[in-house]
Design a protein around this ligand. Structure first.
Ligand code: ADP
Ligand code: MG
Length: 485
């Protein structure tokens, strides 16, 4: 049997993702029934959700506003007039026997997602983003199956990538970047454990250098970043082994079993015409007008990938720090506000260090999020300046930080009250150095005789006499001069 690594030198994996994102509306896509996670089964239903004869869908404009934010943020072409279509299939989680979706006239097309991979950004094409409704949920218990229609009719966007991802890592990063983006835009909480973001992965392989795509399989309903990676890795290996053994990949839909760590065939892939798509006669054309678009364009925040690049290029953060900083929009905004309050671009890395170590550490200990930080950006900026201009040492700075964080006090006031200003006056420090040297004849002789390791002893003594307030740079200078080495 050929090694997998060897096969991968010859064959290139190709992956396209279809990601469903639940839009954070209060009511369903086509009726006023509520959307609440964890409500008692079948409590969030009405005649439309139940598909009762005579009920009519009315589209929830709040879902449109959220979908448009994503369309604009991904640079998609937005259809001024898009259309809902019925996608027919029978399944007990869907009483109408069709799902309202969009087919040949989706809301968004030809956009892109900026995917962060390592220190760089890779732009992946998005074929389309369309609106649709979710189905209900089936739970199988022994010989029984329970139907819960609470999720039925919840608005979703389906984000479809072009087949441009070439490894399971890239696919997982695509998911992370989309997850980050929809949270950033506040269009979805995208809690994967609640199924608010989930994906189907299409996987094929082709000989490297070949333009045509190979036959793909589709892995259904993957709901964690780790599973995306595992399921795709597993599928790539399965296809390569199959081909290596003289077989052929069949076009089929497979179900990923995360517990077993393997996939099994679910059904042969249905074709679009199996669904008997046609425009939904109950719903009018979906219109997006100029003022609505204008409002969304004007309100668009700086996006995570742009910030990721700016933090590296303009501020000099490492890729890892930049990625952590854009983990959440509130954190990135806190960082920017602190830099602005501080005023010096070249201090950005120092500020980032304070945020990523001291502030996040303290917040974590206090069980608080960045939005509830008791230390506003202006205060952190003031503290960083006190350390930078030598008013206090870095070590004292950390103590002042802790007190400012705990008591919500101004760093300047804490420094005044505690009298912990750094001593940078040369004459004062020279006198202390003199005292220390005079009191340590033995160490002085040894040091001057060549025992370099004793230098730390002298610095320590000066710090002790000044309660840690001596400016370390000046102290080192003075000691070197005085001891003559
Ligand atoms: P369908 O209409 O059957 O869902 P699409 O052409 O819309 O098919 O593609 C669905 C998804 O499958 C997209 O994310 C696309 O990138 C991906 N895809 C299509 N062909 C391939 C392939 N040969 N290998 C991997 N992914 C593919
Ligand atoms: Mg599809």
């Amino acid at each position: 049997m050929t090694e997998l690594a060897e096969l991968l030198e010859l064959w290139e994996p190709v992956i396209g993702l279809e990601v469903h994102v639940q839009l954070a509306t209060r009511s369903k896509a086509f009726s006023p029934a509520g959307v609440v996670f964890g409500a008692p089964p079948n409590s969030l239903v009405d005649p439309t959700v139940l598909g009762l004869p005579g009920s009519l869908p009315v589209f929830n404009q709040a879902a449109l506003a959220l979908a448009l934010k994503l369309g604009v943020a991904t640079g998609s072409q937005i259809r001024a007039k898009s259309r809902f279509a019925r996608k027919h299939y029978f399944y007990p989680d869907q009483p109408k026997n069709y799902q309202i979706s969009q087919y040949d006239e989706p809301l968004c097309e030809n956009g892109h997602l900026d995917v962060i991979i390592g220190g760089a950004v890779k732009r992946i094409k998005l074929t389309r983003i369309h609106l649709e409704e979710d189905a209900g949920k089936l739970t199988h218990v022994g010989a029984m199956s329970h139907v819960d229609l609470n999720r039925s009719g919840v608005p979703l966007v389906e984000v479809v990538s072009a087949p441009e991802l070439t490894s399971s890592e890239e696919a997982a990063e695509f998911m992370r970047s989309l997850h980050r983006l929809v949270r950033w835009l506040e269009i979805s909480e995208a809690d994967m454990e609640k199924g608010q973001l989930r994906c189907d992965a299409n996987v094929s392989v082709r000989l490297r250098g070949e333009d045509r795509l190979g036959t793909r399989t589709e892995l259904k309903n993957i709901n964690s970043f780790r599973f995306v990676q595992n399921a795709i890795d597993h599928e790539i290996a399965r296809q390569l082994r199959l081909i290596d053994g003289g077989g052929r990949v069949e076009r089929e839909t497979r179900l990923w079993d995360a517990d077993a760590g393997q996939s099994a065939p679910m059904r042969s892939k249905e074709e679009a015409n199996d669904y008997r798509y046609f425009p939904d006669p109950d719903l009018p054309v979906l219109v997006v007008d100029g003022p609505t678009m204008g409002g969304i364009l004007r309100a668009q925040p700086e996006l995570p990938a742009a910030r990721f690049q700016r933090y590296q290029e303009d501020i000099g953060l490492s890729a890892d720090d930049a990625r952590t900083m854009i983990g959440e929009r509130a954190l990135a905004e806190y960082f920017d506000a602190t830099c602005k309050a501080h005023g010096m671009l070249k201090s950005g890395r120092t500020i980032a260090n304070w945020i990523l170590t001291e502030l996040l550490g303290a917040l974590n200990k206090a069980g608080k999020g960045i939005a509830e930080s008791p230390m506003p950006p202006e205060r952190l900026a003031a503290l960083v300046r006190l350390v930078e201009d030598g008013t206090i040492s870095g070590k004292i700075g950390k103590e002042v930080f802790e007190e400012a964080f705990a008591k919500g006090e101004e760093p300047g006031a804490i420094v005044e009250r505690r009298g912990v200003q750094q001593i940078s006056d040369e004459a004062t420090l020279a006198a202390v150095v003199e005292e220390v040297v005079a009191a340590s004849p033995k160490q002085t002789a040894e040091y001057q005789g060549g025992k370099d390791s004793l230098f730390g002893y002298f610095v320590g003594q000066v710090m002790k006499k000044t309660q840690g307030r001596a400016n370390p740079v000046i102290t080192t200078d003075l000691l070197k001069k005085r001891l003559g080495r």
